[in-house]
Design a protein around this ligand. Structure first.
Ligand SMILES: [Zn+2]
Ligand SMILES: [Zn+2]
Length: 382
């Protein structure tokens, strides 16, 4: 089986660092996508599909023989965070940086592409998907909704995320819930302002906001390791204006809702909306609710997870089920159109957490990730 040479690994590392210097945030990954096309074209794929769900790129290695399709996904986007670290390949874009390691995930897929370019699978086809807009939860859904994806829909979708806090090179992979469903909920309560001397002539949101904040937080139960996590976290609240002359007529509560599964999310949304509606009615307020950054759950299909475990056995990569992850990941969307699984690749126990301003993807993970995916493809497609 063709694999990666030391020379490949040096070039993939250099490429990861190039990507690190040129971060683009969700939905704006134009230069990143162009660079992906340029680098992956050199591996000699059979087709490249561009502008998938926005700036997405799919690179296809086709055996020409009927068989299954295996897709591996990486993310194109970076974050609106100023990089605090000072590597020589530090971000050149003020206020933006690859603080989630998506630069490393792209390099990992490029490693798979190099090996597949030299030796095609024997049946079916392998698809490397570089997906836009993961960080805001919009990208995977946009890719799936794109007509150009119809011809690419895979049988299996696989992905990894680097995982600080887990031993370097050791993997967490479990069947069932792997990442949480989450969404931002904005509750707006509208009443009527009044002169502060005559507050009874207005309709104030103060009681409703004061009652709802702890009540929403108190909906939190369960744990991610048991697959029954339910969290409501109030992140922001406001009433009226910063003045002492006017009794307020407007209140807002922003809350993050997070659950292990989509069904639990539906139940949590129902509870939170009921609570808000009852508080509004009791205080004569008009309620409006809207949502942002909506992520579905990410649940690993046992068959797809077994493909990854078998590949890790062959590559001597150690793994355990692990705890799952409270954060959200829009890769779960591919679980609706294929058998999907995502593994968490340990970035080291003391490595800075993703989205911290001094995070940096550990380059030595690139060949480990590439070897796991390559083996998974060869085992499935020959
Ligand atoms: Zn990420
Ligand atoms: Zn992230």
């Amino acid at each position: 089986m063709t694999s990666l040479s030391n020379h490949d690994i040096i070039e993939l590392t250099a490429w990861r660092r190039t990507l690190h210097t040129m971060p683009e945030v969700s939905g704006e990954e134009v230069e990143t996508a162009r660079e992906v096309v340029r680098f992956l074209k050199e591996t000699g794929p059979d087709a490249i599909v561009e502008n998938l769900g926005g700036t997405g790129v799919a690179v296809i290695y086709d055996s020409g023989v009927p068989g299954p399709s295996v897709m591996i996904r990486a993310e194109l986007d970076a974050l609106p965070i100023e990089e605090l670290g000072e590597p020589e390949y530090r971000s050149k874009i003020a206020g933006k940086s690859h603080m989630c390691g998506h630069d490393g995930h792209m390099a990992t897929l490029a490693g798979v592409g190099r090996a597949l370019g030299r030796e095609r699978p024997k049946t079916g086809r392998a698809i490397l998907l570089f997906q836009p807009a993961e960080e805001n939860g919009a990208g995977a859904a946009a890719v799936i909704a794109d007509d150009k994806f119809d011809a690419l829909t895979p049988d299996f979708s696989l992905s990894l995320h680097n995982m600080p806090g887990v031993r370097f090179g050791h993997v967490w992979l479990k069947d069932g819930p792997a990442n949480c469903a989450s969404r931002g909920m904005k509750i707006v309560l509208t009443g009527k302002t009044a002169h502060a001397a005559y507050p009874e002539t207005g309709t104030s949101p103060v009681s409703a906001v004061a009652q709802l904040m702890p009540a929403l937080n108190a909906l939190s139960v369960g744990t991610v390791s048991e697959g029954n996590l339910v969290r409501a976290t109030v992140t922001h609240a406001s009433i009226g204006e910063p003045t002492v002359g006017v009794a307020p007529g407007h209140g807002e509560i922003w809350v993050t809702l997070r659950t292990s599964t989509d069904d639990q999310m539906a139940a949590l949304v129902d509870k939170a909306e009921t609570m808000a509606r009852e508080a509004a009615e009791a205080n004569g307020l008009v309620l409006s609710v809207d949502y942002q950054d909506v992520f579905g759950h990410c649940v690993n299909d046992p068959e797809a997870a077994t493909i990854l475990r078998t590949a890790m056995d062959a590559e001597s990569v150690t793994y355990e089920p692990g705890e799952g992850f409270r954060a959200s990941e829009d890769f779960g969307r591919f679980g609706a159109v294929s058998k999907s699984a995502m593994l968490f690749l340990g970035a080291g126990e003391n490595h800075p957490a993703p989205h911290n301003p001094n995070y940096d993807f550990p380059d030595d993970l690139i060949p480990i990730g590439s070897r796991i995916f390559l083996r998974a493809i060869r085992n499935t497609l020959g």
